[in-house]
Ligand binder design. Structure first.
Ligand code: XBP
Ligand code: MG
Length: 230
């Protein structure tokens, strides 16, 4: 099989974004006078629930249902997205090692590039502007996002959406992920996965990945292609 496309997760894979997300959540909680504050330990646990709105609902459930209802949560999340973009616009966030060279090598080889993410297209845009001063659509041929599908990771939906938009078979693609939920989502969509644990996912079970790398600096296209079914 020839490697036709790479599908990247965003948060934790392209860059260590979760601290910016956590800051944005805490800013909006404080601004709205909510007595919620997520520590690093809280956030590590809460990240097991993918999606920001769902994560807030999970926290509310931990507190016996006390807190904003679903409509208020959606409103808080809109403000969180705006605050996240503002935090990224401050600068200071870099792509994880190897990400830029891998994307450039794939482009040179004529491969297609996609993202399959739990976060929103707005946040993908903010991140591409921050990392590369480029629009997300200049960097990626396809963007598949969490709210476009019925079920978020670890369900395969967002990967299936990305594959459909790429019009590429899973047997010709490799996924790049940082978390167990992401690895499971890609595997359930039939993709071989390169896992590269991030700050928050370090220590998670990545045994469903084809390979686990500390970062992407050693991932050549040849090495990725070798993961495809014969
Ligand atoms: C990351 C997430 C996202 C972000 C926040 O998952 O779960 O929810 O933490 O994004 P993955 P939103 O990297 O597996 O896609 O608040 O925009 O949902
Ligand atoms: Mg991730």
């Amino acid at each position: 099989m020839t490697l036709a496309a790479l599908i990247f997760d965003v948060d934790g894979t392209l860059a260590e974004t979760e601290e910016a997300h956590r800051r944005a959540f805490n800013q909006v909680f404080a601004a709205r006078g909510l007595d919620w504050h997520w520590t690093v330990e809280d956030y590590r646990r809460l990240l097991q629930t993918t999606g920001g709105k769902e994560r807030m609902a999970a926290f509310r459930a931990e507190r016996g249902g006390e807190g904003p209802d679903d409509a208020a949560t959606a409103d808080l999340h809109r403000e969180k997205t705006a605050r996240y973009a503002a935090i990224l616009a401050e600068g200071g966030l870099a792509a994880r090692p190897g990400v830029g060279p891998l994307i450039r090598a794939a482009r040179r080889a004529g491969m297609r590039l996609a993202v399959a993410t739990t976060t929103s297209p707005a946040n993908v845009e903010a991140l591409c502007r921050c990392l590369w001063r480029r629009a997300a659509t200049e960097m990626f041929d396809v963007i598949a996002a969490g709210d476009e599908v019925a079920a978020k990771k670890p369900a395969p939906d967002v990967y299936l959406l990305a594959l459909g938009r790429l019009r590429v078979a899973p047997s010709a693609c490799v996924a790049v992920e940082d978390s167990r939920n992401g690895v499971l989502a890609a595997r359930r969509a039939g993709l071989p996965v390169v896992a590269t644990p991030s700050i928050y996912s370090a220590g998670e079970d990545m045994s469903d990945a084809a390979i686990v790398l500390p970062d992407l600096s050693s991932l050549t296209l040849k090495r990725a292609a070798a993961l495809l079914p014969a």
